[in-house]
Design a protein around this ligand. Structure first.
Ligand code: AMP
Length: 600
């Protein structure tokens, strides 16, 4: 790849390593021929799936050309595809959307009717995902040499899986990947050596998994060259785990005996091979962790860390300051942009600052189209007359678009829900800044709560207030990530008819729980299984607070006629205004209900 003058100062291009020449060449070929690769991918998808019920419904007659495809096939959302997905989930194995057998469902962190969306996938998609993974180290090695001389401390986890009524497995895409033969029987690659044993990654008990991964990371601390997790929230959860468990970890290291809470026999067996009494290391960790000072804890414990490998774009940007604090300002590298529907692409300048990260969608991963996105001039899409969407090679720099994908697994013109801005091109392939996901109000970890879910939660909780003649007159919310795990804060302005009989703390705490019970399954899973979201909090504010909020917005130029109370706030002066008016705070007393089984 060519040296680029817009790289951040940390980024210095190193001569490509022989081993990686083929992968880098592949990136060049794909990105130089964006449009022809896209035409080929679409033709492959359409000919592979020509006999499917879905494509036949639109009379493509086996044609594979773009124009016919664009004029006949509707642009759809998950809800539009529900009938087909439901049939597959219930065991109809006829070629409904894909001619290849659906091997499993990938459960998205995006939800529909409170449940994770089910994304059908086929066996060969795993190879396509694997191909994208195989490009990451070659690109990184252009910027950070010597990654084959040490290990990666990555906190990686599997999550619970379920079976659909028709017997297909439904699980998150990373769980599917870590449990695949591609991952478990991967050949030795000095660039991909992890401190975490596979046994720990594959353990579905999140405490045992995290404990073992942290312990192994501590035992191999001097070999660690990079520290990472998929998302920033995951890495911060690991630091919090260390804060809570370092004494036991120190004990294990000093005595050479593993915490009895680790009961998984395969973990015990592999840890036994590396855990020996080491008082020097135990003393070192004791000294680093014992005080109040956790500033730069990552480079203090893992002094050879060159960068953090975590996604800090999109909703995760809220964690950048905290990661800076714990890492003493180590570079934060966002390497990949992917989803359950399709793995999209990678960051070709992985050492750029988070605010400047752009992802290059790889044209071989699927067929990509784009709906121009202008918040002031939204496009209405009708199923009957599909709009002419913009192709990957025809996007304009500076404009925002909503991503639409067609995949080998049978999704056709599917709206992913991500809004991207084109920042430039690598060869003829556009590069994108991730702007946001549509309709997400609150997010702490992989949870995504939209406005209607929050509204429903508030309505359900308000029912408890009726017997106290109390109503919620206004509310807003805030994703509080000042402590880990972060949690939802809901500000309530209450009208209490009889101030001598206000709802008690007990009642308001129950309101918190009722709200949590109303949240979607991903939120509840984060609360219950992953402990990555803390108990929901209600902050009751003084009467008149929301009027003050309106005055503030109007003083900053909002129109009085069109003013609506924001349902989520993040702007510091507004959060400070709300916090200055708090009368009482209440927390959910217990975790909400969650099981891996789907509710419907
Ligand atoms: P899921 O389907 O649960 O795997 O979630 C996929 C979604 O996560 C994407 O559609 C994006 O909204 C978000 N996402 C994935 N990768 C990134 C990234 N690198 N930066 C920001 N958001 C991302």
């Amino acid at each position: 790849m060519a040296v680029d003058s817009s790289l951040s100062p940390e980024a210095v291009i190193h001569p490509p390593n022989e081993k990686f020449a083929k992968a880098l060449q592949f990136i060049e070929e794909m990105t130089k021929n964006t449009d022809s690769v896209q035409a080929r991918v679409l033709a492959e998808i359409l000919s592979q799936n020509a006999e499917t019920e879905y494509l036949q419904r639109f009379d493509l007659g086996g044609a594979t050309d773009r124009d016919l495809f664009k004029s006949r096939i509707p642009v759809v959302t998950y809800e539009d595809l529900q009938p087909e997905i439901q049939r597959i989930a219930c065991g109809d194995f006829s070629p409904i959307i894909c001619s290849h057998p659906i091997s499993e469902f990938l459960t998205s962190s995006g939800t529909s009717a409170g449940e994770r969306k089910l994304m059908p996938t086929i066996k060969e998609e795993m190879d396509r995902r694997q191909l994208l993974y195989s490009l990451l180290n070659p690109v990184m090695s252009l910027y950070v040499p010597g990654l084959d001389k040490g290990k990666g401390l990555y906190f990686l986890f599997v999550k619970a899986e379920a079976k659909t009524p028709g017997g297909l497995v439904a699980r998150p895409v990373l769980t599917s990947y870590y449990k695949s033969d591609q991952f478990k029987t991967r050949p030795y690659d000095p660039y991909n050596v992890y401190t975490s044993p596979d046994e720990a990654i594959l353990c579905c008990d999140s405490f045992q998994s995290m404990y073992t991964q942290m312990l192994c990371g501590l035992l191999m601390r001097e070999e660690v060259l990079r520290v990472g997790a998929v998302f920033a929230s995951g890495l911060l959860r690991a630091i919090r785990f260390l804060q809570l468990n370092w004494r036991q970890l120190v004990h294990d290291i000093s005595t050479g005996s593993l915490n009895p809470r680790i009961t998984d026999s395969s973990i015990r067996e592999c840890v036994a091979k590396i855990l020996k009494p080491n008082t020097d290391l135990a003393d070192f960790i004791f000294n680093e962790c014992q005080g109040e000072n956790w500033d730069s804890i990552i480079p203090r414990i893992w002094p050879n860390t060159k960068y953090l490998d975590v996604i800090v774009t999109g909703a995760m940007a809220q964690y950048i300051p905290l990661l800076d604090f714990y890492s003493g300002g180590l570079p934060q590298s966002c390497t990949m942009y992917a989803s359950s529907e399709c793995y999209f692409g990678l960051n070709l300048k992985p050492m750029t600052k988070p605010s400047q990260v752009s992802y290059t969608i790889m044209p071989n991963m699927g067929y990509f189209e784009f709906i121009p996105h202008d918040p002031n001039n939204p496009i209405t899409l009708s199923r009957d007359s599909p709009p002419r969407l913009v192709d990957l090679a025809d996007l304009e720099v500076g404009k925002e678009y909503e991503l639409v994908v067609s995949t080998y697994s049978g999704l056709c013109r599917y709206r992913v829900g991500d809004i991207l801005r084109v920042t430039g091109f690598h060869n003829s392939a556009p590069q994108f800044k991730f702007i946001r996901r549509k309709n997400v109000l609150l997010s702490i970890d992989s949870d995504k709560t939209d406005e209607s879910e929050l509204q429903k939660a508030v309505e359900n909780a308000s029912v408890l207030l009726r017997q106290y003649d109390t109503t919620v007159v206004e509310y807003t919310s805030y994703a509080d990530t000042s402590s880990i795990p972060g949690h939802y804060v809901i500000y309530w302005e209450l009208l209490i008819k009889d101030p001598t009989k206000p709802p008690s703390d007990d009642v308001l705490a129950k309101c918190c729980l009722v709200m949590e019970e109303a949240m979607n399954t991903v939120y509840r899973q984060c609360r219950v299984a992953d402990n990555s979201v803390g108990p929901l909090e209600i902050r009751v504010v003084k009467m008149g607070t929301f009027e003050e909020l309106m005055d503030y917005a109007i003083s900053r130029g909002a129109s009085i006629n069109q003013y609506k109370a924001p349902r989520c706030v993040s702007f510091t002066p507004i959060v400070e205004l709300l916090n200055a008016r708090v009368l009482s705070v209440h927390f959910s007393p217990v975790a909400p209900q969650w099981t891996p089984e789907r509710r419907i």
